[in-house]
Each structure stands twice: as C-alpha cells, then as structure tokens.
Ligand binder design. Structure first.
Ligand code: RRO
Length: 311
C-alpha cells in the first residue's frame, strides 16, 4: 500500500487528486458517473454572494490543444448553494473545497461566513484570478495590495484551510504567493487560466462574446509547471498544481515540480472519470518506482548544479 495522504494546512486529503473549480459543477451532477469518494477532494464552481447569469454566449471555444472559456462567474449564489447543494455534498466521503469569488473585497468574508454558519465544508479556495469579469477577477489577483486585503479579511472569519487561487497573468507569481502566506493563507493553487483570444477569419469577429477568455488544457501545462516551480523555489507554502493535467504523467510532473496536490480541470470535459484514472496512474507509478509515500515524490525535482547558474 502506497501512503497517498497529503496535508494542506489542517486539511488531510486522502490522496492528492482533486477536481478543479468550474469543471465539476457543485460536485453533485457527476457523482452519478463514479464514486467521488475515491477523490482527494472536489472544488466547487465559484460562488458569489448573489446569483450570476454569467456572460452571453458564445462562451466556450475549442482551440488547438485546449479551450477558451468566458463563463463570467455564472453561479447559483451562496444562499441557494447552502440550501440545495450542501446537503448533498455533506454525504460525499471526500474533501469539499468551496471556491469563493466576489465583486468587492467585503464579499469574500461574507460568503465564507455564511458557509461557516451552515457547516459541512472542509476548506475554501479564494478565487482572485477569474479572467472573465470586469470587477473582482484579475484586478484583485494581479495586485499585491488587493490580494493581501482579501486574504486577511477571509482569514479573520475561518480557521479552515484557506487556499488562494492565483493567476499566471503576472510577471512574478511568487510575489503574490508570498503575500498570501504573510496574510495567513495555508496554500496557493495555480494556475487559473491564461488570457487568450480567437478570431473567426470568415466574419473577422472574435469567437467569444467577451472578445478574450481564459485558456486552459494541455496548451498551458508548461506555463503552469514553470509557475508552480517558481513558487516552490521562492515561498514556503503548500502548492496545488493546476493547468492542462490530462493524464497521470502530467500529474506526476506537477508533483515533482513541487505541487503537494493537483487539480484536474479541462480533462473532465473529455472524460468525466479522468481524475480517477489519473489517481490510479500515480499509484502505479509509485509502485513501479519504489515510492512508498507520495510525499517523497513532492518537490523531488533534480536540478544539476550547472543548470542553476544558467540565465
Ligand atoms: O467563470 C469563469 O469565466 C471563469 C472563472 Br470564475 C475562473 O476562475 N477561471 C476561468 O477560466 N473562468
């Protein structure tokens, strides 16, 4: 038996494979397809204080090696989530991580407070990195000051594990990760999607209603690995790796780069059971490589001395 448990703050995940926000609904729809209790955890679609209809269509476009989305934070709002979804989620034998977004700084602690009062979730992922909204997305996640204010305001209202989801659309993601740590976050998750755009050459119109959107899928994996490694080298905080994980080999790459857990996102749209196959593949890799504890693999990247001096 391989020891697969990883700790993120005071949250103990039974294994490091999670499903990413926005690719698994609120966790209830896909539970009919497989036993979600096998997963390390489920991250819900982002929740805001009030329900949101999101952006007008078209809001998803397929691209070479990935997809662009511009959903615009469509969600049922925190109160309906508590009334309709939480009672179902509480029965799942996996960690429930609620992704929280907001228009204003004050929205974040308010959403978390309401969920805390209801009870039954294990951790929060603070979304300061949505590329598809005018207020509360990248304007927060690209600013150290705003990031600090949001993290400290949420820290005051919960003792549960606090994860901050970071954008790759910055020059130095480790500087933002450092602010998260200093303000009391337990972990960072990265990367959210990369700002991208596609044009229909017949009509010459942008393919998305919002012109730009967030790029995900295999196309962004090398960007994500580089950002995870940058944070791993520079900030002492648990990292959850996200970005184009389509199979177990991709996941292992993230773990070696320093991620303590991973989130499977776009792959769920190709095959909703992808996360379970990825988990099984990681276990086989450990067995075949004499790794008895997954924690021994995390951050085990080998950098030759000569490579350290290049650049
Ligand atoms: O809803 C979205 O458009 C969205 C969000 Br909240 C996010 O965090 N990342 C993304 O690519 N899309």
């Amino acid at each position: 038996m391989i020891k697969m448990q990883v700790d993120i703050g005071n949250l103990k995940l039974k294994n490091p494979v999670l499903v990413a926000s926005g690719t698994f609904g609120y966790g209830d729809e896909l539970s009919e397809l497989f036993d979600v209790g096998q997963l390390g955890g489920i991250v819900t679609k982002s929740l805001t204080l009030k329900p949101r209809v999101g952006n007008p269509p078209p809001r998803i476009v397929e691209t070479p090696c990935g997809m662009l989305n511009s959903i615009g934070l469509a969600n049922i709002g925190v109160d309906r989530f508590i009334a309709e979804k939480l009672p179902i989620l509480r029965n799942f034998k996996t960690a429930i991580i609620v992704n929280v977004a907001g228009k204003r700084i004050e929205d974040y602690p308010e959403v978390v407070k309401r969920i805390e009062d209801a009870g039954g979730v294990d951790a929060y992922e603070i979304n300061i990195s949505c590329p598809n909204v005018k207020e509360g997305g990248l304007e927060f996640g690209t600013s150290r000051e705003m990031t600090g204010k949001i993290v400290s305001s949420v820290r005051k209202v919960t003792g549960k594990t606090l994860i901050v989801k970071l954008t790759p659309n910055v020059t130095k993601v480790s500087e933002i990760a450092k602010v998260c740590k200093d303000e009391g976050a337990d972990a960072v998750s990265l990367i959210n999607t990369v700002v991208g755009m596609a044009i229909d050459i017949k009509t010459r119109k942008p393919k998305l209603s919002t012109i730009t959107g967030g790029l995900s899928g295999p196309a962004i994996k090398p960007i994500a690995i580089a950002k995870v490694f940058e944070v791993f080298q520079n900030v002492d905080i648990p990292i959850i790796g996200i970005g184009g994980i389509m199979n177990w080999m991709d996941a292992v790459e993230f773990l070696i780069a320093g991620a303590r857990a991973v989130q499977v996102g776009t792959a769920n749209f190709v095959d909703p059971t992808a996360s379970i196959q990825i988990l099984n593949g990681i276990i086989s890799y450990c067995e075949e490589n004499g790794i008895s504890d997954i924690n021994d693999l995390i951050g085990s990247i080998v950098i030759e001395q000569a490579q350290e001096h290049i650049k």
